[in-house]
Ligand binder design. Structure first.
Ligand SMILES: [Zn+2]
Length: 85
């Protein structure tokens, strides 16, 4: 019963859920949908929602959702917080 070695979080790949806290996100931060793994890259924008390349995740409109699974933006996970604190 060595519970201290049980890994709950799995591979340390994410900095954590975004959960709507845009203040912590950098302008070039990439985020990944935790439902379907679709990645939002500010350098590419999002054709589905007609988001222009160069648009930060923090600058996405309130109605924006995952273009692949329609998941809520708050459910995105931070991949790399480029330009963040
Ligand atoms: Zn998704």
């Amino acid at each position: 019963m060595d519970r201290e070695h049980v890994t709950i979080a799995g591979p340390v790949r994410f900095e954590g859920s975004y959960l709507g806290d845009r203040a912590k996100l950098g302008a070039s931060a990439r985020l990944e949908c935790k439902i379907c793994w679709w990645v939002y890259d500010p350098a590419e924008g999002d054709e589905t929602w007609q988001i222009a390349p160069g648009t930060a995740f923090t600058a996405l409109p309130a109605y924006w959702r995952c273009p692949q699974c329609d998941g809520d933006a708050d459910q995105f996970m931070v991949l790399d917080n480029v330009g963040g604190p």
